[in-house]
Design a protein around this ligand. Structure first.
Ligand code: HEL
Length: 413
C-alpha cells in the first residue's frame, strides 16, 4: 500500500536569522566561488512544504519518494530532532510503501566518501593534492599536469566515459548491468577521447575523475576501496546501512527498488535495482540510507572525519553552475534564503538522491526518489533543500533563484 507520513519527533521553534560573512579563497590563483553570507541559525524546516514536494514528484512519475531531516540543536547534541516523510511505494511489484529505513543506491554521493578517504591519506602524509596523478600511477594519464586536486575538483579535462555509455538510456544500462570492469578499463574508455580542456582550466564534471580516485586509494592505501570505506568511515560512524558490495548486484536487507525512466517517456519504467554498478565503482557504487547519509555529512562538516586543514581543502570552492560550487568531492548549493548547504547529489539508474548538510553539520537532509532520468522530478526534489533549510518563506530572494524546470544542465552536472 502507498503511504504518506510526515513524522516529527520533537518540537523545533523558529530561530532568529543572523548573517555572518563566509570566506572566499582563490583556487590555483583563479577566482573562487565566494561563499554568501550565512545565517548563524536556521529557520524551522517547512515539513508541510516537504510533503507537498514528495507528492508532486509522484504526480511527475516517481513511484516513491522520501526525505529525512536530522536536526542537532547543538554541536554536541547526540539526540537529533528527526523529521521523516514518505510517499508512494518502494516496490511496484508488492506495493510495499516507501519507508525511510529503506536502503538505496546513492550514486555520486559516493564521490564524497572517496574524497574523504583521499583527504585522510593526505592528512597522513601519504598523498599531496598538488602532485601529478602520474607520480603515483606512472603512465596512467596522458598529461603529467593533471594533479590529484584537479581530479577531485573535476578540473582534469578527462572525458566522462558515461556520456558514450549511456547515450541511449535503457540500452546503455542493459549493456553494462551485469558487467564487471576494472578501473583501468574505464579510464581507457575515457582516453579514447582527447582531454576536454587543459588541466586545471575549468570545472567539467566527469565520472572518470573519481575512477582515478579509486585507483589512487587502492595504490596508496594498499587495500580495496571497500576496505578503506569500511575502516575509515563506515565502522567509525557505525553506518549500519552503508555497503560497498561491488561486484555483487543485490542491495542487502530492506531496500527501495529503483525504476529507470526510458528516454521514450511513454514506455514502461525499467526496474534497475539489481546491477553491479561496475561502471561507476568509486565514482558511484555505494548503498546507504537517509539516516546514514545524514550521519556521514553531519560528521564531515562537523569536523569529525577530517582534520581542519583537509576539510578546508575540501571547501575551496570553484563555480559549478547556477547557485552552486564544487570543492573536492563536495558540492555547495546556495539557497534562496541565503543559506548554503554542503553535500552531493547522486543519479544511478532508478535512484536520485539529494544529501546535504548545513555549514556546521547540525542540520542534514537526505531525500530520495526511486526513479531517474526524469528532469521534472529532479527539479521538484531540489526544492526539498529549500524546505529543509529555508523553512516557510513568504518571499524568495532573487540572488539564488531555483533553476527553471528546463534548466537541467544546472541540475545535472
Ligand atoms: S550524473 C549527475 C550525478 N552523478 C553523475 C553520476 C552521478 N551518474 C551517472 O553518471 C549516471 C548517468 C546515467 C544515468 C541515467 C539515469 O538518469 O539513471 N541517465 C541516462 O542514461 C541518460 N541518458 C551529475 C546527475 C550527480 O548529481 O553528481 O550520480
Amino acid at each position: 500500500m502507498a503511504s504518506r507520513t510526515i513524522c516529527r519527533s520533537a518540537v523545533l521553534g523558529s530561530l532568529a536569522l543572523t548573517l555572518v560573512a563566509g570566506p572566499a579563497h582563490a583556487v590555483d590563483g583563479r577566482p573562487a566561488a565566494a561563499e554568501p553570507a550565512v545565517p548563524a541559525e536556521l529557520p524551522a524546516p517547512d515539513t508541510a512544504g516537504l510533503g507537498r514536494l514528495l507528492r508532486t514528484a509522484l504526480t511527475q512519475g516517481a513511484p516513491g519518494a522520501m526525505a529525512r531531516i536530522d536536526d542537532h540543536r547543538t554541536v554536541y547534541d547526540d539526540h537529533a530532532v528527526v523529521y521523516k516523510a514518505t510517499e508512494g511505494v518502494a516496490d511496484r511489484g508488492t506495493a510495499e510503501a516507501m519507508n525511510t529505513a529503506d536502503r538505496f543506491r546513492i550514486g555520486s554521493v559516493t564521490k564524497t566518501f572517496s574524497a574523504v578517504v583521499l583527504l585522510q591519506l593526505a592528512a597522513e602524509g601519504r598523498l599531496k593534492l598538488d602532485t601529478s596523478v602520474n607520480h603515483y600511477l606512472p603512465g596512467l594519464l596522458p598529461d603529467d599536469r593533471i594533479t590529484v586536486r584537479h581530479v577531485l575538483s573535476h578540473r582534469s579535462g578527462l572525458y566522462d566515459y558515461t556520456d558514450d555509455m549511456f547515450a541511449e538510456t535503457v540500452p546503455g544500462f542493459e549493456a553494462v548491468r551485469t558487467k564487471v570492469f576494472t578501473y583501468r578499463e574505464l579510464v581507457a574508455r575515457s582516453l579514447k577521447h582527447p582531454l576536454t580542456h587543459a588541466p586545471g582550466a575549468v570545472y567539467a564534471y566527469s565520472n572518470t575523475n573519481f575512477v582515478v580516485a579509486g585507483l589512487l586509494i587502492e595504490k596508496l592505501a594498499g587495500h580495496s576501496v571497500r576496505t578503506e570505506y569500511e575502516n575509515r568511515i563506515i565502522k567509525p560512524l557505525r553506518l549500519t546501512d552503508t555497503f560497498y558490495v561491488h561486484p555483487d548486484t543485490k542491495i542487502p536487507g530492506r531496500h527501495a527498488h529503483g525504476y529507470l525512466t526510458p528516454d521514450d517517456t511513454k514506455a514502461a519504467l525499467v526496474d534497475a535495482t539489481d546491477q553491479t554498478v561496475s561502471w561507476a565503482q568509486s565514482a558511484g557504487a555505494l548503498i546507504s540510507s537517509t539516516h546514514d547519509l545524514n550521519t556521514f555529512l553531519s560528521a564531515l562538516l562537523g569536523g569529525r572525519l577530517l582534520p581542519a586543514a583537509q576539510l578546508a581543502e575540501m571547501e575551496r570552492w570553484i563555480p559549478a553552475g547556477t547557485a552552486q560550487a564544487y570543492g573536492l568531492g563536495l558540492r555547495r548549493r546556495d539557497l534562496s534564503c541565503g543559506v548554503s548547504v554542503y553535500g552531493h547529489t547522486g543519479a544511478v539508474q532508478g535512484f536520485y538522491t539529494y544529501a546535504f548538510t548545513s555549514k556546521d553539520g547540525r542540520r542534514s537532509l537526505a531525500a530520495l526518489v526511486n526513479t531517474s532520468n526524469n528532469g521534472a522530478v529532479q527539479v521538484t526534489m531540489l526544492g526539498t533543500l529549500e524546505s529543509a533549510f529555508c523553512g516557510k518563506q513568504t518571499k524568495v530572494r532573487s540572488a539564488a533563484p531555483l533553476p527553471r524546470p528546463d534548466a537541467e544542465n544546472d541540475l545535472a552536472r
